[in-house]
Design a binder for this molecule. Structure first.
Ligand code: SF4
Ligand code: SF4
Length: 433
């Protein structure tokens, strides 16, 4: 039985109420959507509910694969906004995001996914990265850091880098992180060429088997390093470690997993003297936010109540996205002397930039619409700078802001702190490692 087949009760439970299109608490009509797919497609078919209907129709053979079906299903960044809004009304009765994962898994298993996603999966299998780049390039960022191109260790902290390793514009921020960790007395190990892809993108595009293989490789790499503390610079990997690996039966027991924003909030560097307080707005990436809420697999069973109502037994606590990382980046910004003015859609109700889930590769029109809508909201705050923890969000939003000539600078959290704080002063002792 396919994963989607086993979710028929959830597909049936959707009431078509359309709450998955909107933020749980609407503050203005202009920024009321939570689903970027609906902003782009403007038909019910593009909502989570519409995709559940399409999923059910695929199972019953009443729709056929084709461009129209794929356009609605893949104009979606797997951002989970729909899940938060649906659960606000129906708790865990429908769990639309889990069905979207299962839907993509079914489509990929039948080789009907868009060509661009097939290419990503092929690159991940052959080269260990989604970009189609030679694997040895993963280690190039270590040049000048004293870290080995092929990794090094053991050390007190294992630094996980993710796809920033392939983007030389991100290397200064990686070098800054290494420097900061060392200045706090930590020895740093990294994987260099040996760091495996974490499997997050493979899972998002429906390649569950591939995702599990990559997750197991990553877990083995972490265990072999001997590190008890892993810090990742990748929002996608952080989300995968906390939320996807438990779905794949992969555990990282005994290792403290931290996102770099959490470590930076715990270890603030003082602001550069004499600089004026800057007003910025902060974009919660879906991966560091609602999608990093720890996942617990369900081990109960379905029973029938009131003669016909299917009900789950022993269901775990409903995940509303509240367990994501929201405060740490804001604390780090405040410590660096920034004043954060919030957009309307923040924290678990954040609006996705549109780039994730393979959408930037297979549905660039959707990704651009979503990103521009998010930029409009950022501009409406009056801030001149948008900060985000996520490199992928930053790259995507920065490109769109440049194309549109917006007077809005887009910058990653680490780069912002690198510019605005000083490492010249002595470090306080007694801070937690
Ligand atoms: S997925 Fe949930 S929120 Fe969306 S229409 Fe169905 S029941 Fe309503
Ligand atoms: S995952 Fe995001 S883009 Fe996809 S249907 Fe849900 S809210 Fe819309």
């Amino acid at each position: 039985m396919s994963s989607l087949e086993s979710r028929k009760n959830y597909l049936n439970a959707c009431t078509r109420c359309s709450s998955c299109k909107w933020v749980p608490v609407v503050k203005s009509e202009r920024f009321a959507h939570i689903c970027p797919s609906v902003v782009h497609g403007r038909f019910h078919a593009y909502s989570a509910s519409g995709m559940l209907i399409n999923g059910y129709s695929l199972l019953s053979g009443t729709v056929a694969y084709g461009e129209t079906l794929n356009d609605s299903i893949y104009s979606c960044s797997m951002c989970g906004g729909c899940d938060v809004s649906c659960k606000t009304n129906f708790a865990d009765l429908v769990e639309p995001l889990d069905s979207l994962y299962a839907l993509r898994e079914k489509i990929a298993s039948e080789n009907q996914q868009p060509q661009a996603l097939k290419a990503i999966a092929q690159h991940l299998r052959a080269l260990g990265n989604p970009l189609g780049l030679p694997p040895e390039r993963r280690g190039e960022w270590t040049a000048g850091t004293g870290l080995g191109r092929d990794g090094n260790g053991p050390a007190s902290v294992l630094l996980h880098v993710g796809d920033d390793a392939f983007d030389s514009s991100r290397w200064p921020q990686l070098h800054h992180v290494v420097d900061l960790l060392r200045r706090h007395g930590l020895s740093v190990a990294t994987g260099g060429v040996q760091e495996p892809d974490c499997g997050a993108l493979a899972f998002d595009i429906g390649e569950r088997q591939l995702a599990e293989t990559l997750a197991r490789k990553t877990a083995a790499w972490i265990q072999a390093s001997g590190a008890k503390h892993l810090i990742t610079c990748s929002d996608a990997a952080f989300s995968a470690f906390r939320n996807i690996y438990p779905r794949l039966g992969v555990t990282l027991e005994g290792v403290r997993i931290q996102h770099i924003s959490e470590w930076l909030a715990e270890h603030p560097s003082p602001p550069v003297e004499g600089r004026k307080k800057e007003v910025v707005t902060y974009h919660d990436s879906c991966k560091l936010g609602r999608l990093s809420e720890p996942y617990q697999p369900w081990t109960g069973e379905w029973v029938t109540e009131l003669n016909s109502l299917p009900v789950r037994t022993g269901a775990p606590k409903t995940r509303f996205g509240l367990g994501g990382v929201y405060d740490a980046p804001r604390q780090a910004l405040a410590a660096a002397g920034a004043q954060v003015v919030e957009m309307e859609r923040i924290r678990e109700a954040s609006f996705c930039c549109g780039a994730a889930g393979g959408a930037d590769a297979c549905q660039p029109g959707f990704a651009a619409t979503a990103g521009r809508h998010r930029l409009e909201e950022a501009v409406a705050t009056g801030a001149n700078t948008l900060v985000t923890s996520c490199s992928q969000c930053s790259r995507h939003l920065d490109r769109l802001a440049s194309e549109d000539g917006l007077a809005l600078r887009v910058v990653t959290l680490v780069d912002y702190l690198r510019e605005r704080t000083t490492t010249e002063q002595p470090i306080e002792t007694g801070v937690p490692a």
